[in-house]
Design a protein around this ligand. Structure first.
Ligand code: HEM
Length: 469
């Protein structure tokens, strides 16, 4: 009898396991259909509608019409857009292996094909760990004073009250922080050379890719070559001097895989330039939005000032440097940063491509189609963030529902630089509110895309030192 029972139990478990495995490997059922939506005109799809209006309005209107999953065609690519947290989580986390990252070739050439964003699997994982290591909390702790010095140097140059383009100034600041994180303290001449060429690549990055000599894209490609050479020069010098630094370049140079293999200079250069790109415009546009949101809400600005002045006072009216612990204990300002990340959602969506047919909730995402989690739509869904158009940092007193707040993405390609970005924003805001008042010049509303959303014209503003107020 006992033997019979064990046999039946074994049979049941075996059948359950088979059913489970079958479900896991299941091909999309024949009944799975494409999501609702419109594919627009032959070839061009809905590219014109996408580019001729604010992309956020485009996606929001589609979601209203078709629901949280809909199809479209942009730049000749059939896409499935995913505006629900569960669907985004599926693509980025639970079924990430069924999707690969995908970027236009023109951008890949400018950044460098070995940069981690373009890869998956072991190579990606190794590189990601190295970047994570260079910007881990442990490493950032040691950068606070240097970032503070960079913030002070930037804001002191605006003291004379001339109108500045806030976004451009924040770009300069985040570039310097990027250089510091990657190279530590770099020789001024090399830094200037890097800056000059990086700026040319930056200008060409969003220009129309073509092979006309003298076009912005071609100039950017030439500057990219020079950038690679400068990075290789720096690598040579490090190798000659046998310097063991803990910055990102140090982490990349010291990396050995299981077989003792090291990264080539080109792989290192591509990743360094990739990180500079990933770190600069993103952080600068969020900083610009924080400054705008604070400017637009005097009561909130007062609350942030009170918090920061408390720290300033503890630091002997600014005679002592900010400490790591102080940067981790700015609850009001931190919530302002989170709400700015939600409200501005500067990375509105991310791109993946299905490597096999995938079925989700009865819908088919065909192999080769793009799958795009729409972060912004989720961040602006009143079901998860009530009255989403209101800037309300106190909503972050309660943690958002799982997978609904992903300004830094999610899963294996999520942003490794999120803590660095928040740190530099907090340090800059500390010094701005304790030392300045500022007024926006010209239009107070309007957004421009380049490609991240920033306040119109980069938020022209006049920063007045407290003594001149
Ligand atoms: C507020 C500023 C920032 C925002 C909003 C942001 C956002 C993001 C997002 C959404 C992704 C994921 C993209 C995807 O899944 O397709 C990402 C990836 C990445 N970010 Fe950031 N980022 C910021 C700052 C930084 C900084 C300061 C660094 C410097 C280390 C950085 C380095 C990277 C890298 C290397 C990746 C690619 C990771 C991978 O593919 O594994 N980011 N970022």
């Amino acid at each position: 009898m006992d033997g019979m029972f064990v046999y039946i139990l074994f049979f049941l478990l075996f059948s359950l396991a088979c059913a489970f495995l079958k479900k896991q490997n299941r091909k999309p059922e024949k009944s799975a259909k494409l999501p609702p939506g419109s594919m627009g005109w032959p070839y061009i799809g809905e590219t014109i509608q996408f580019y001729s209006q604010n992309p956020n309005v485009f996606f929001a209107a589609k979601q209203k019409r078709y629901g949280e999953i809909f199809k479209t065609n942009i730049l000749g690519c059939p896409c499935v857009m995913l505006a629900s947290p569960e669907a985004a989580h599926l693509v980025l986390v639970t079924q990430a292996h069924l999707f690969k990252p995908t970027y236009p070739k023109s951008k890949e050439r400018l950044i460098g094909p070995s940069a981690l964003f373009f890869h998956q699997g072991n190579y990606h994982m190794h590189l990601r760990k190295l970047v994570q290591n260079a910007v881990s909390l442990e490493s950032l702790r040691n950068l606070v004073q240097d970032i503070e010095a960079l913030a002070l140097s930037a804001i002191n140059s605006w003291r004379n009250g001339t109108v500045i383009n806030t976004f451009n100034e924040m770009k300069r600041f985040s570039f310097e922080v990027g250089i510091l994180t990657i190279f530590g303290h770099l020789d001024t001449h090399l830094r200037e050379e890097l800056k000059k060429n990086y700026w040319m690549v930056d200008r060409g990055y969003n220009s129309f890719p073509n092979s006309f000599p003298g076009s912005q894209y071609q100039k950017a490609l030439m500057a990219r070559k020079r950038l690679g050479k400068i990075v290789c020069e720096i690598i040579c010098e490090r190798k000659e001097k046998k310097l063991l630094e803990k910055d990102l370049l140090g982490c990349l140079l010291n990396r050995k895989d299981e077989k003792g293999g090291i990264l080539t200079d080109d792989q290192i250069a591509d990743n360094i330039i990739g990180v500079l790109f990933a770190a600069q415009d993103t952080t600068a546009s969020v900083l610009t939005w924080v400054i705008k949101y604070l400017h637009d809400d005097p009561k909130l600005l007062e609350a942030v000032k009170t918090e920061q002045k408390g720290i300033h006072k503890t630091n002997d009216e600014g005679n002592l440097p900010l400490s790591w612990n102080q940067t981790r204990n700015m609850p009001i300002t931190h919530k302002v940063v989170l709400e700015s990340l939600r409200m501005a959602s500067i990375i509105s969506f991310s791109f993946r491509e299905a490597v096999v047919d995938v079925e989700y909730k009865g819908y088919l995402i065909p192999k080769g189609w793009k799958a795009m989690p729409l972060f912004r739509n989720i961040h602006h869904n009143p079901e998860f963030f009530p009255e989403p158009q209101n800037f309300n940092p106190s909503r972050f007193e309660i943690a958002p529902k799982p997978n609904t707040f992903t300004p830094f993405g999610s899963g294996v390609h999520a942003c490794p630089g999120n803590e660095l970005a928040k740190l530099e924003i907090l340090i800059m805001i500390h010094h701005l509110v304790t030392k300045f008042r500022w007024e926006v010049v010209g239009s107070q509303s309007g957004i421009q895309y380049g490609p991240f959303p920033v306040p119109l014209n980069g938020l022209p503003a006049r920063f007045l030192g407290k003594s001149s107020s």
